[in-house]
Design a protein around this ligand. Structure first.
Ligand code: ZN
Length: 329
């Protein structure tokens, strides 16, 4: 009997002494069968801080799509994916696109699914890595570094890729997508969603990370989910994590229609599947949105690692088990 089975047996013995703990045991059994026996690695705050520090450095000049700075960001992301053992998406990590406004490219990798049937279902995990570049100078600083927006989401997706490659357990295929030109109208994600649709990819869910660098104020959950009522995604993330409340609904997110304002939305439109964004920007906790002050000293790598760790059980559930459902309003 391995130690997980013995832990399971012990849980049952404890639980049998009290009927009210039956539900607890059910959850533990589910967790053991799906997640805990995998010994889930934890996110490294140091690694996350290193990624944010590079992406938000002055050298990258705010990662404007089409600039030299974003080229450096793209080659960094490509190298990170390659070193983690994430494969290029359909033969290439770079996914170029041309529009009237700008030419750019997404950086995309994949982990092919291990299950003979479920591998044809694709989970896209993404974040935009571009920002707004150079803007009007404030006290001699004209670089909008975009640390929180969205080096944080980008670093979080890298941390997730690191955990998933270490686990080496994904029945469905996982695509990691770093989008360009989000700031110019979701151009990179529109391109990739349309391309995957044209390739007949069966995308069944899209999970996006945006501005996760600063903790929310006074919420029982760690990150809100945009478009909360559009699907059962929030419930699945909360049920999968037996340690904490992962997510909830933020009124301002609905008020400002954030569901339609980030890279999740083109996937919702193309595939009509649950496609939503995790964020911890709550409209009160960050004063540097689209300003030159959006720099690394204002973001918290321990918090970002905690967001990743909180969402991993839900991601594993979606990647290996539950098929998310849309909700009719
Ligand atoms: Zn953003």
């Amino acid at each position: 009997m391995n130690k997980f089975l013995s832990l399971f047996a012990a849980l049952i013995l404890v639980a049998c002494s009290s009927t009210k703990q039956v539900a607890t045991v059910d959850r533990a059994a589910n967790a053991l069968s799906s997640n805990m026996e995998l010994k889930i690695p934890v996110a490294s705050a140091t690694s996350i801080a290193t990624d944010v520090a590079f992406l938000a450095s002055d050298d990258l000049e705010g990662r404007d799509t089409g600039s030299d700075g974003i080229l450096k960001a793209a080659s960094y992301l490509r190298e990170r994916l390659e070193n983690l053992g994430v494969k290029p998406y359909e033969g290439s990590y770079l996914d170029p696109f041309e529009t009237e406004k700008v030419n750019g490219f997404n950086v995309v990798g994949m982990l092919p699914g291990s299950d003979g049937i479920l591998k044809d279902e694709v989970i896209v995990i993404g974040a935009h890595y571009d920002h707004i570049g150079l803007i009007d100078a404030v006290e001699g600083d004209s670089i909008a570094n975009g640390a929180n927006d969205n080096a944080t989401g980008t670093a979080s997706v890298l941390a997730i890729a690191e955990i998933l490659t270490k686990l080496d357990f994904n029945r469905r295929t996982v695509v990691f997508a770093f989008f360009s030109a989000e700031e110019k109208g979701l151009l990179g994600s529109k391109h990739l969603a349309a391309k995957m649709k044209a390739e007949n990819k069966n995308v069944v869910a899209m999970i996006n990370y945006e501005m996760t660098g600063v903790p929310m104020v006074d919420t029982p959950y760690i990150a809100y989910l945009t478009g909360y009522d559009t699907s059962n995604m929030g419930e699945v993330f909360n049920n999968a994590n037996i340690k904490r409340i992962v997510t909830g609904k933020l009124e301002q997110a609905a008020q400002y229609q954030l569901y339609k304002r980030s890279d999740n939305y083109p996937f919702a439109l193309e595939f009509n599947v649950p496609a939503q964004t995790f964020s911890t920007f709550d409209f009160t906790n960050f004063d540097h949105y689209h300003k030159v002050g959006d720099e690394i000293q204002h973001v918290n790598a321990n918090h970002m690692a905690a967001v990743v760790d909180a969402t991993i059980p839900g991601l594993l559930d979606i990647i290996n088990k539950s098929l998310l459902k849309m909700k009719t309003p």
